[in-house]
Ligand binder design. Structure first.
Ligand SMILES: Cc1cc2nc3c(=O)[nH]c(=O)nc-3n(C[C@H](O)[C@H](O)[C@H](O)COP(=O)(O)O)c2cc1C
Length: 366
């Protein structure tokens, strides 16, 4: 049986040991609203590297305080946050995996109660609860969330600068790659979508106008990271809603991203419209990645209910993507990649020497 999943992949100067990557997953586990990693993050990210993932992408990390989804999010707007992150990067590296980080601005979906530890998950924080004013391309709220303020030219310039400053800190912390979050209804996706971007200046209107902020962020980040470092963008490949940002627009934006020095697109979907009818099922987002990859020619990763090693292998064997990201299945089984390697008959070199005795029977039986 083929085991393309365990073939290395090279992007610029970085070679990653395999094509099973862990996508960013917010942990809402910052203690002091200070955006700094805690022991939970160390354990969480280290476990995936130990479990054989090729790359581990650290969760959505706010480039400015007002860009956090919740007060418990990670941040990278100051040097203390950078210094705290170093231990996570070193741990991931010591276990043979590559480390990435998703830089994010939550836009109109910022300042909310986190997913857990509250009776009102996903509801806007009040000022008494430490909430803050949110920003967006236009003053259009997301569902029941607070109405955002439309960013002016100065505000847009500050966002671009903040992404670049956070990227510089991520490089200083030792990260191997940077991912820009332009999916799930957060700020950069809000600009991309005609549903949330009603601007009449150069940052709205046609697709090129709506994508302008993303391109300017990409250019600013590319300018501060090493030439050999891969730059990734996560897009929502469709909003699953009529007249929204769709797969053909995403493919066109991706073609332009390639010209701006982006090395890989990760294709998720949705998040910008409450109540979209999403056809959730195994691998449901993979056709989006395949289409965007085909049109743009850019390497793509796919994500979304790819829980089974054979299913993941099939995605690569049928040339639909270059990398498979596995999220919740890794939360359930942090050794997902080790088990996948054994199941597919790959060399299973990712098994840590400390644990080899535990896998002897499986290794011998092949
Ligand atoms: C707990 C949790 C937190 C998440 N946080 C993020 C995030 O920080 N950034 C992001 O782009 N997607 C986030 N996602 C989406 C995942 O990256 C992934 O796309 C999604 O879980 C689908 O993949 P899966 O079916 O393999 O889990 C999160 C998902 C989960 C389950």
């Amino acid at each position: 049986m083929s085991h393309l999943l365990f073939e290395p992949i090279t992007l610029r100067d970085l070679t990653v040991r395999n094509r099973v990557w862990v996508p960013p997953m917010c942990q809402y586990s910052v203690h002091e609203r200070d955006g700094k990693v805690t022991p939970w993050h160390l354990m969480h990210y280290g476990s995936f590297a130990r479990g054989g993932a090729g790359a581990v992408i650290v969760e959505a990390t706010g480039v400015v305080p007002e860009g956090r989804i919740s007060a418990q999010d990670l941040g990278l707007w100051n040097d203390e946050q950078r210094d705290a992150l170093v231990e996570v990067v070193e741990l991931i590296h010591s276990l043979g995996a590559a480390a990435g980080i998703q830089l994010a601005h939550a836009g109109r979906k910022a300042s909310t109660h986190p997913e857990w530890g509250t009776d009102t998950p996903g509801v806007s924080l009040t000022a008494e609860e430490g909430g803050w004013e949110t920003v967006a391309p236009s003053a259009i709220p997301f569902g029941e969330l607070a109405t955002p303020r439309a960013l002016d030219a100065e505000g847009i310039a500050a966002v671009i600068e903040a992404f670049a400053a956070a990227a510089r800190r991520a490089v200083e912390a030792g990260m191997d790659m940077i991912e820009i979050h332009a999916a799930h209804g957060y700020l950069l996706h809000e600009f991309l979508s005609p549903l949330s971007n009603h601007r009449e200046d150069g940052y709205g209107g046609d697709l090129a106008g709506r994508a302008r902020l993303l391109f300017e962020v990409v250019d600013a980040v590319r300018a501060v990271i090493p030439a050999g470092m891969p730059l990734l963008v996560r897009l929502s490949g469709t909003e699953w809603i009529e007249d929204g940002f769709d797969v053909e627009q995403a493919a066109e934006v991706t073609s332009w991203l390639a010209a701006h020095g982006v090395d890989m697109v990760d294709v998720s979907s949705a998040g910008n419209t409450p109540g979209a009818d999403i056809p959730v099922g195994p691998g449901y987002q993979t056709p989006l990645a395949a289409r965007i990859r085909e049109v743009s020619g850019l390497p793509a990763s796919t994500v979304g209910m790819i829980d089974d090693p054979l299913q993941a292998e099939h995605v690569l064997a049928t040339d639909q993507a270059d990398v498979v990201r596995v999220g919740r299945a890794f939360l359930r089984d942090p050794h997902w990649a080790l088990h996948a390697a054994l199941e597919l008959g790959a060399p299973a070199e990712e098994i840590p020497p400390q644990y080899v005795r535990a896998f002897r029977r499986q290794l011998a039986g092949r």
